[in-house]
Structure formats: structure tokens, C-alpha cells
Design a protein around this ligand. Structure first.
Ligand SMILES: *Cc1c(COP(=O)(O)O)cnc(C)c1O
Length: 417
């Protein structure tokens, strides 16, 4: 359920006509529904109401300040994967004690920044990283709370690029090495072992891979207890999928029931790192048809948004449904909807039946709230687009459209030229 619906023949975000946003802000533009963001956060958070838990929203899915602030206002923490994300989350007002830090390539200065901030825990992804965190924490006279991100070698059944919990993936410490590392961690001077962590992939549409992974980690938790290492946190990661097309992912409530059942005798505080599940269907990308052309059996619809604005179709072959802002198109047409970028991978829709868009028509790419703007770039020197948040009958620009001057910000012509 989201708040992008037709009223009469026009597409709205909550009570705002999307065409009115474009009239004021231009296109392309990302539009988020505040009510949908809240609804999705509360649905996820509510699924775990009966157990101690923290929802640490995964910043990388959508790191815009107003989006972060929406979840922080609801009591959310964050899962970060860089110092830049920590900065963003702190600026949006996150409680440092609700920050968990994942990622395979944490740099010294990022580790130091996180330690000085006083985050809850580092999710450690390699043996060397564990040693480095201990060294830096010792130098600062601090103890770093850590969990080991265990790679459980479970297939999440999703796209290879977003599969992270198989043992040939770069993520985490393999389950057979993890016990050794826990032993070592317990003896390191700058380390306080407080948790265990997993994140097996993204856009999962089944609960079993989560439960299978949890079962594997539970065995470890038991052994650690016997060794006198008592954990406080079980970070179950993110990855719960959404409906883009005809997928049928479990509802957060159903996911919650199974996770609670699998973890209930542990008595640990649960941490979750959902990204896509909360923001995915709360945002859309609105674009305008520039031209159309027909070539033998193939129809092209050229629009003012491209793979630099929404990379997922080019990167993963992802599906985004497309809807006309005004339902006055004359029927349907099988076409590619393509951007202005000089790459053949620059399409948002491939060989699909879509409304017969004409020059000037506006369209919305649905389910673009996660890994949409956050993955955008200015490739082909296209300024990054504006973002707007709608609440009820009001809307505000939450990120200005970049200008062409922004494109060369920080550039210098070498003095020898
Ligand atoms: C990307 C990521 C997430 C969020 O994944 P979603 O599929 O968007 O929920 C959570 N945790 C980690 C460590 C990640 O890298």
C-alpha cells in the first residue's frame, strides 16, 4: 500500500497532483510520500513490538536528510556503510547509540570518526579489520563495541549482484572462521564483543533464508556462551523485499513472526537494517517524454531521465512499473523507454507494453524510493535531479536540482595548461 493513486484521471502523491509538482520544480524529479515512509517504518517496527529491538534504517537505500529525519523522528537508528553516511545521519539527528556500522572497507579515519561519535557497534567484516579497530580504539583510549558479520553461506535466492551471504561473496567472515575470530576479539584490548550480525542479500521474497541463517548463527551463540562470551545484540540485517512487479514478498508482520519465533529463546536485543522495504515504494521518479520514434518492429520513447538518474534497470535489469500522470493516452504500445545517455544500457523500460506516450507527456516510474536517487550520478554532465517530499496536501523541495555550475564544482584547470 502506498499513497501514489489516481484521482479522476490524474496521478497524485497523497493529496498533491504530481503535475503541479513538475510545474513548480521541473522534471525529472523524485517525489516521496511522507505518509508512505511513516507507514512502512511503523509496519516494520511494529512487527517486533513484542521484543526488545532497534530498527536501524539502512542509509544507503536513500540517504536524503528529510528521509533520514522521518525515521529518526519515529525512534529509528541507522545502519551505515561509510563515514559520509555517519555524517549524514548525525546531521539528521540520529542518536549515536543507535548506529551500527557495516561494510568491508572501513578506512582508519572512518573508524576513528565512528569511535569518537560513540556509535553502538561495528559489524566487522574481516580479520584484519578487527585488528585495526582494536588498534585505533586503544590509541584513543576507547573500547569499540563489535559484532562479527557472519557469512552463513545461505542462498537468498535474489539477483547475484545483491546476494551477500554466500561464502564466495566478499562480505563478512565465513561461519567456520567466525568462532576463532570471536575468541581472538575477546582478548583484544580495544574491543568489546557485544553482538553477532548477518546480512545475506537484498530484495528477498522468502523468509526461509533469513531463518536458515539465524539457525546457523544460533549454534554459534550457544558455543560462545559456553566459552563465557555473552552477546547482547543479534543484528539480523536487512534485505526484506518489496513488490516491484509480480513478486510476493512476505509482509513485515509475517517476517516478524518467524524471526521472533526463531530468536525468542536467545534473550538478545534484535537489530534490523531494512532499507528497500521501508523506502522502496515510498518514492517515484517523474519524467517527461521528449520524443518518440518508430523503427521497423521497435518503438522508442525518449525521456528526460536516464540511467544516471535511475540506475537499477541498467545495473540489474530491474523492473519499474510506469504510469502516465494523466490517463488520456490513446491505448498501449510495446516500446523501450530510454534516456538521453550515450549508452545502449540506458533504458528504464525494455520491450514492454506501456501507455502510448506523446511528446510532452509526463510519466512516473514507481517503486523508485530505494537505490534511486542514492545511486544517481551526473554522468554525461547531467545535473542530479531535485527531490520533493509530499505530506498531505503540501510539498517541499528537499533537495535542489543541481545546476550546471555545480557540475564543475571543485574542478581546477591545471596551471600548466
Ligand atoms: C544494503 C544493506 C542493507 C539494506 O538492504 P535492503 O535490501 O535495502 O534492506 C542492510 N545491511 C547492510 C549491511 C547492507 O549492506
Amino acid at each position: 500500500m502506498n499513497h501514489f493513486q489516481y484521482k479522476a484521471n490524474e496521478l497524485y502523491a497523497e493529496d498533491v497532483r504530481l503535475a503541479d509538482i513538475v510545474a513548480k520544480v521541473g522534471s525529472p524529479v523524485y517525489v516521496y510520500s511522507h505518509a508512505t515512509l511513516e507507514r512502512h517504518f511503523k509496519a516494520f517496527d511494529g512487527a517486533f513490538a513484542s521484543v526488545p529491538h532497534t530498527v536501524c534504517y539502512s542509509v544507503k537505500a536513500n540517504s536524503t536528510q528529510s528521509v533520514l529525519k522521518t525515521f529518526i523522528n519515529l525512534g529509528g537508528g541507522v545502519d551505515i556503510v561509510s563515514g559520509g553516511e555517519l555524517y549524514r545521519a548525525l546531521k539528521a539527528g540520529v542518536d549515536p547509540k543507535k548506529v551500527v556500522y557495516s561494510g568491508v572497507g572501513k578506512k582508519d579515519e572512518e573508524i576513528e570518526y565512528a569511535l569518537n561519535t560513540g556509535i553502538l557497534m561495528f559489524n566487522v567484516e574481516s580479520e584484519q579489520e578487527l585488528t585495526r579497530i582494536s588498534e585505533i580504539a586503544s590509541r584513543l583510549g576507547k573500547k569499540a563495541g563489535i559484532a562479527i558479520r557472519v557469512n552463513p553461506d545461505v542462498d537468498p535466492g535474489t539477483h547475484p549482484y545483491i546476494t551477500t551471504g554466500l561464502k564466495n561473496a566478499k562480505f563478512g567472515i565465513t561461519i567456520d572462521r567466525a568462532m576463532e575470530e570471536y575468541k581472538r576479539a575477546a582478548g583484544l584490548p580495544g574491543i568489546e564483543v557485544i553482538g553477532i550480525d548477518m546480512h545475506i542479500g537484498s530484495q528477498l521474497t522468502k523468509v526461509n533464508p533469513f531463518v536458515d541463517s539465524i539457525e546457523k548463527l544460533k549454534v554459534m551463540i550457544g558455543k560462545l556462551k559456553e566459552m563465557g562470551i555473552n552477546l547482547q545484540y543479534f543484528d539480523c540485517g536487512g534485505g526484506l523485499g518489496i513488490q516491484y512487479n509480480n513478486e510476493e514478498p512476505p509482509l513485515p508482520a509475517d517476517y516478524g513472526k518467524e524471526i521472533i519465533a526463531a530468536t525468542k529463546d536467545l534473550g538478545l536485543h534484535l537489530v534490523f537494517e531494512p532499507g528497500r522495504n521501508i523506502v522502496g515504494n515510498a518514492g517515484i521518479l517523474v519524467a517527461r517524454c521528449l520524443y518518440t520514434k518508430a523503427r521497423d518492429e521497435k518503438n522508442f520513447i525518449m525521456i528526460d531521465a536516464g540511467m544516471n538518474d535511475l540506475a537499477r534497470p541498467a545495473l540489474y535489469g530491474s523492473f519499474h512499473s510506469v504510469q502516465a500522470l494523466k490517463k488520456d493516452q490513446d491505448g498501449l504500445i510495446t516500446a523501450d523507454i530510454v534516456g538521453p545517455i550515450c549508452e545502449s544500457g540506458d533504458f528504464l523500460v525494455k520491450d514492454r507494453e506501456v501507455p502510448m506516450f506523446k511528446q510532452g507527456d509526463l510519466m512516473a516510474f514507481m517503486s523508485a524510493g530505494a537505490y534511486g536517487f542514492a545511486m544517481s550520478s551526473s554522468y554525461n554532465s547531467r545535473p542530479r535531479v531535485a527531490e520533493v517530499m509530499v505530506k498531505g496536501g503540501a510539498f517541499e523541495i528537499i533537495r535542489e536540482r543541481e545546476t550546471i555550475e555545480d557540475l564543475i564544482k571543485g574542478e581546477k584547470v591545471a596551471t600548466f595548461l
